[in-house]
Design a protein around this ligand. Structure first.
Ligand SMILES: [Fe+2]
Ligand SMILES: [Fe+2]
Length: 273
């Protein structure tokens, strides 16, 4: 039993990773778990790998990590991801490449917690729908029996689901949540993405979670970090596609308040649709 910090999808964003680790240190977590996609999209893949290694953080492989070392191809990537991953492949040093290559696909913690990046049987498959979650519950029963909590990443969306007897329910991924144990129930938990560069404009938060396994209490957290610095480095380092880079510069020149208002209006339209 321990007090964990759970992070995912940092994608070479050193500013977000440093902010997250400083926060987890202040909260006194005993162990940090990382759900993969250490690299891709941002300009500091080697520094992120090195920080995770120095801190001895338990890390599993994400699809970007596999693609960055050539263990998977670029066929299932968007053009933005493929562009950033080609750049990452050129930037990785030998030590980072070796560390990434050795990352496991899954890791069990305390026997009942399992870390996976995407689906249990396919690192590139997203857990978006209730059918995806039901399939993964069956896979866990077959391949990782005894798992009651499955941490996953890849969707870049903080989420919490409870699956029992073929029924999946989504619970609010907000603040502190008690996870009472129940026979045959599995909780699927996504802490959200540390790298906020691909989120809606105006919502540049690093997302992560705390989990107290002794009390069964999960806490979703959001942190400010210096996203402008990481974005500048990504643009300068050529990690952004041309039109996107130009769009980002144009957006960053707009007044902050106007952007926040637009984001609010878009969210309202989305809610009311
Ligand atoms: Fe990711
Ligand atoms: Fe991913």
């Amino acid at each position: 039993m321990a007090h964990y910090g759970v992070i995912a999808d940092l994608h070479g964003n050193l500013e977000a990773l440093q902010a997250a680790l400083a926060f987890l240190d202040r909260r006194g977590v005993e162990r940090v778990l990382c759900l993969g996609d250490v690299v891709g999209y941002n300009a500091d893949p080697n520094a992120c790998v090195s920080l995770l290694r120095q801190r001895g953080i338990a890390t599993i492989a994400g699809n970007h990590d596999r693609i960055a070392v050539g263990a998977l191809g670029l066929e299932r990537c968007s053009s933005i991801a493929a562009h950033a991953l080609r750049r990452t492949r050129r930037a990785l040093d030998a030590a980072s490449r070796a560390w990434l290559r050795d990352l496991p696909a899954h890791q069990a913690v305390e026997q009942r917690l399992l870390l996976t990046h995407g689906s249990v049987d396919d690192v590139q498959r997203y857990l978006w729908t209730y059918d995806d979650l039901r399939d993964n519950h069956r896979l866990l029963e077959r391949e990782h029996p005894g798992t009651t909590i499955c941490f996953f990443g890849h969707t870049h969306r903080a989420a919490l689901y409870r699956s029992v007897g073929g029924q999946v329910v989504e619970l609010a991924a907000l603040g502190e949540v008690m996870l009472p144990a129940a026979p045959n129930a599995v909780y699927f938990i996504n802490p959200g993405a540390l790298d906020a560069a691909r989120k809606v404009v105006g919502e540049r938060w690093a997302e992560l979670a705390l989990f107290d396994s002794a009390r069964g209490v999960l806490t979703f957290c959001r942190l400010r970090y210096d996203h402008a610095a990481s974005e500048r480095k990504a643009l300068r380092g050529g990690y952004r596609l041309g039109p996107l880079a130009r769009g980002s510069r144009w957006l960053s020149a707009l007044p902050r308040r106007a952007l926040a208002g637009t984001a609010r209006r878009l969210r309202a339209v989305w809610r009311d649709r």
